[in-house]
Design a protein around this ligand. Sequence first.
Ligand SMILES: *Cc1c(COP(=O)(O)O)cnc(C)c1O
Length: 392
Amino acid sequence: MSDEQSVIPLAIPVVGAAEARNLQSCIDQNFVSSVGPFVSQFEEMVALNTGATAAVATCAGTAGLHAALVAIGVGHGDLVVLPTFTFIASANAISHCGATPWLMDVCEDSWNMDLAQLRREFQNNARRDGSRLVHKPTGRRIAAIMPVYCLGTPIDFDQLNLFSQEWNVPVVVDAAAAIGMRWNDQPLAHAGSLSVISFNGNKTLTSGGGGMVVGRDPELMALVRHLTTTARVGTDYTHDRVGFNYRMTNLQAAVGCAQMERLDELLAAKKRIRENYASAFAEYDIMRGFPDPDGQSTCWLSGLVFESPDAPSVADFSDQLRKRKVEARPFWKPMHLQPPYASSAPRAASLQRSDDLWQRVLTLPCSTNLTDQQQRRVIQTIGEILDQKPLK
Ligand SMILES: *Cc1c(COP(=O)(O)O)cnc(C)c1O
């Protein structure tokens, strides 16, 4: 099939000879499970990249988030602050601890948690009761804050760390899409107590599936490792608490290591795709590209944001694109609109920006192997659909 006829996918993994070589060596050495050299090699590579003193590989990003929250002390009945505009895995990891998200709105320019609103919410609704930080409306303990680097866009590390100190509340960051991210030359692990990266198949860098918890506190990282490996003590069957079987396999890490070798290339491809869309959409009043306010985003996904009230609906528009063999999808539906969280999760006074934003966002093809020619076809197809009037 020629390129003109084939479907242009949204975000697919790009693997090749290096991944195959590493996988073959797993087979050759019979290290296909959680024992094997690639797991610790992958951990070392990610620790180095993120400025962490240690990294713990997990079978998924969601599993890493769960273990990180348990390690920091989140338990039954607690609240964990979370932006409502995120992927449901963030909220689910909180629920897996028996805790509930306390939902905040996001900023228009970054799609990240609104820290000004967070401050107001704490001033109005949080109270210190000895060592406990209490959410006044529900009487529940506020156990942690979980910001999300939306699409790999950083949040001011200084502000995050300052807030954490001022209120004496730990920060665990959902850094799922943020491998390779830096904020003002500081690497990822310099914000908060723990950060969790995902290597799911649609992320910038993949290990097939998997995640990584990174941090700089050796004791805390040892606890994360302990929790993710069934909390085993010694070499026999003694376990000192309820742990998890969250270890990454050598097969996954083999793919992850090969991908880490060309992380810079993968990040550069994402950035170029983002810039190409932004400059193409600059010609239209009706839409713009995805935000990167400080130019420091890892630009995981790219797409368009409709800006005008008479813009088409993202659902209709993605259908039209799909008919023309361009894969496109609406983006995250906020947590306060999801059945498991709509009535159970406490909310900030306003979630209006998230309410508005999610209905205007469309993700577009942005795999790291997307060619300029394919991207031109995507842009041209969008232009053709917009030229057909009327469109509703
Ligand atoms: C991908 C993603 C996750 C989940 O990671 P998995 O590895 O798929 O479990 C969590 N949070 C966010 C924001 C993500 O984008």
